[in-house]
Design a protein around this ligand. Sequence first.
Ligand code: ADP
Length: 550
Amino acid sequence: MADRFTSRSGALLAVAALVVLIGWMFDIGPLKSVGVGWRVSVPGAAFSLGCIGLALWRQRSPATARRSHFLGFQFAVIAAILPAATLLEYLLGERWGVENWIGFDFRDQAGLAGRMSPLTAGSLLTLATGTAASAMPAHLRSSVPAVGAITALATSWFAMVFVTFDPSRLADEPRFPGMAAPTILLVALGSYALLDRQVVAGGGVRRAAAWRRATLAAFALPIAAGWARTAIESSPGVDASVPTSVAALLLCGGAAVLAWRTAVRMWMLESERERAIDVLERRVLERTEALAAANRELADANRRKDEFLATVAHELRNPLAPIRNAVHLLELANPASADRRAPLPIIRRQVEHMVRLIDDLLDVSRITTGRFRLQLERVRLDGVIGRAIEMTQPHFTQSRQRLDVVLGDAPIWLSGDPARLTQVFANLLHNASKYAGAPGLVEIRATTSLDHVDVAVRDYGVGIDPAVLPRIFDAFAQGTQHGRADDGLGLGLSLVRGIANLHGGAAWASSDGVPGQGSTFYVRLPLPAALEPVVDATDGESREAPRAAS
Ligand code: ADP
């Protein structure tokens, strides 16, 4: 809303300047001068004001495109050229004919269109500099435009006040000393627009509105006082001191009312702001409380879900043991007819599958409830990996996949639960085989460093979408479904990470999600600082383990 003010003021300024320039070009009296000999503006000042107007119009809001801002910046720089050169002329006591630089012959009857006064040139230069800076980097944007606009406003306001107390110049002189009245108003309009944009860019839309009202009144006051003074002076028989006193009274009284009103307005804005902050803080507090309550409810529901899963897993596991035994007995009985023997391997396979699923479910719920216990002992890494390979070998054979194992020559000793570590690598190898494609390649390699060993299981299969990668180790997490009959429950990786963490290690994965490049799963396990004689998990023999460097 307030930015519209900036762009409209800019456009108005540009149009007003164009009208004045047309007046000068075609010698149209009313456009270049008002009344008897008053100049609206000299051509140089009109040109600069026009450029400032275009710059403000182009820049309007901080959000408009950068190209538009750059164009605005260029207009502002062009606007600065004539006032800067004029000021130099005054300073050096030279006369370069700056007023004719814009390329038209602006001479009037007197032979010269007149150059800007030093006051006009100063106002326009600060205004142009401020407008240019408002399209520049943030640190310049914050202060230079405001300083430029306020200087231009103050200069033109003082010019107005001086005129108010010098009536001869108000009516008779061809133009005001310093600035022509319309030029003053146009400079003021440009300054408001620039300030307005500044304040709005700083976030204070209402502050901008207060500014506008205050400055408008500040310019109306001297005009009213000056008018009152000439009016009283022209009435016959009035004491010479009266008009000056009236003007001074009007100005002072008006300024006092203005200051008072602005102070009240500012105070109201401040208390409104404080009230708004209070309301906001209360709302934030209420929302935080509501979120905390929702969080508690969610945690509660999650705990109940974990308990429910643990109970279900328990209840499902109980009937499985007798079923398994019954199948075993039936197998021992070895029924004579092939029809009766045929279902037994199917029942056994399905029961084993159910047992695995339910065991995984029980393990996950034990890990989440902190009831999972490790049976720690000294184990060799190649031992546990060897067992995991044995367990998963049928999958590799069936899918005609090659498994490359690189574990290094020196045995790596760990303190761990051999069964659980085997479970970790078996899960990873099983997954790798599942997603590597047939035929395919899977690699498992170990890399030791000073205090830990990293085991990487890599396949060159479908890979994992990077979007689901961060959650892939969560319980029940599934990657992209490939419609496989053996897509599981999403518990395997959760167990991998849970068991690795319980060993003081970690597990993570990497994949670009590109089919054919596959994925790599890492398990990091700490190396014990010094190793005692240990029992090898693979063959149960007692061996002297090498001492790790500490
Ligand atoms: P599940 O028992 O369902 O396989 P996991 O926890 O082992 O459960 O795996 C979770 C998901 O991770 C799988 O559904 C699969 O989408 C993805 N995943 C695991 N390993 C691989 C792999 N090597 N390549 C591609 N995706 C994998």
